[in-house]
Write a protein that binds this ligand. Structure first.
Ligand SMILES: Nc1ncnc2c1ncn2[C@@H]1O[C@H](COP(=O)(O)OP(=O)(O)O)[C@@H](O)[C@H]1O
Ligand SMILES: [Mg+2]
Length: 277
């Protein structure tokens, strides 16, 4: 009978209790739920009927070879691109087709596969701006300096979380490549998201830089109370960071589950051995 009503009520309870680590005995509605999400570009199906659930507090990775549809999937979730078909539900609400800034204000913050920071501004100025950006009203003149210092404090906390406090006053463009990628994560965290979406956070980094950045990310994810959706083509990175993995291949889901099961999946091995660099 009222399964959906129960789920809706639970979803609402989870929302108001934000991050209280509730010990509900009935499974709550997933924080993020995709139903049959599809994006066509002419004859090409970039994302093909993808359904997926991300629970509150989960670190979920979406992996797949280049061209599998990972970035497009992020664009669909964050409102950058509108789906051809399918729905996105977040915290019990249908957010399909909402403009990107509305989705961000609801608590989904993302990094981009290509860098998006302001190189001439300090790391701290970048995170302060990001903290203000989620709350446009803070820009209004009567917001005052209290609002600014609040944004800066939130940004500083994010820098601390990503191990960047010691470079806070340096121009972002002068940071190491690894620290620049971590700064982008800090900028997304400055928006105090419920779900953090990371698009290939180690892309463009050398092997050593990747190892360092992944260490920092692992420590951060251990402590942070945030749900994560991570897009990555590097399997090793994914296996270190994710609780659950969804594998995309040619736009469609070919496996979904715990890392060990996904790793052992014959279709996954075939897709990777046949389709990866
Ligand atoms: N704006 C677009 N117009 C046409 N084709 C696109 C567009 N964006 C992505 N694609 C195509 O969709 C497929 C998936 O791309 P993408 O989501 O970037 O994959 P991934 O991030 O997994 O490498 C690719 O074949 C890509 O060329
Ligand atoms: Mg991509």
């Amino acid at each position: 009978m009222a399964d959906t009503a129960v789920n809706a009520a639970l979803g609402a309870a989870v929302n108001t209790a934000a991050g209280s680590g509730s010990s509900a005995t009935v499974a709550a509605e997933p924080l993020l739920q995709l139903d049959g999400l599809t994006k066509r570009y002419g004859a090409l199906v970039a994302v093909d009927n993808v359904s997926m659930q991300v629970a509150d507090g989960e670190v979920r990775a979406v992996i797949g070879p280049n061209g599998a549809g990972k970035t497009t999937l992020f664009h669909l979730i964050t409102g950058v691109v509108k789906p051809t078909m399918g729905r996105v539900r977040f915290a019990g609400e249908d957010i399909t087709g909402l403009p990107a800034h509305r989705i961000c204000q609801r608590g989904l913050s993302r990094t981009f596969q290509l860098t998006s920071l302001f190189p001439e501004m300090s790391a701290r100025e970048n995170t302060t701006l990001a903290a203000q950006a989620r709350h446009p009203r803070r820009w209004q003149p009567f917001g005052g300096s209290g609002v600014f210092s609040q944004a800066r404090a939130v940004g500083d906390a994010a820098l601390e979380q990503l191990g960047l406090a010691h470079v806070a006053d340096r121009p972002a463009g002068l940071l190491s490549h690894g620290d620049q990628r971590l700064l982008e994560v800090a900028m997304a965290m400055s928006q105090q998201p419920k779900v953090l979406l990371l698009d290939e956070p180690t892309q463009g980094l050398s092997v050593e830089e990747t190892a360092q950045a992944v260490d920092t990310l692992a420590r951060f994810l251990d402590k942070a109370r945030v749900t994560v959706l991570l897009v990555e083509h590097d399997m090793e990175v994914v296996f270190r960071l994710a609780h659950k993995i969804t594998v995309l291949h040619r736009g469609g889901v070919i496996a979904d589950g715990a890392p060990a099961a996904v790793k052992a999946d014959a279709r996954v091995q075939e897709a990777y051995l046949g389709g990866m660099d």
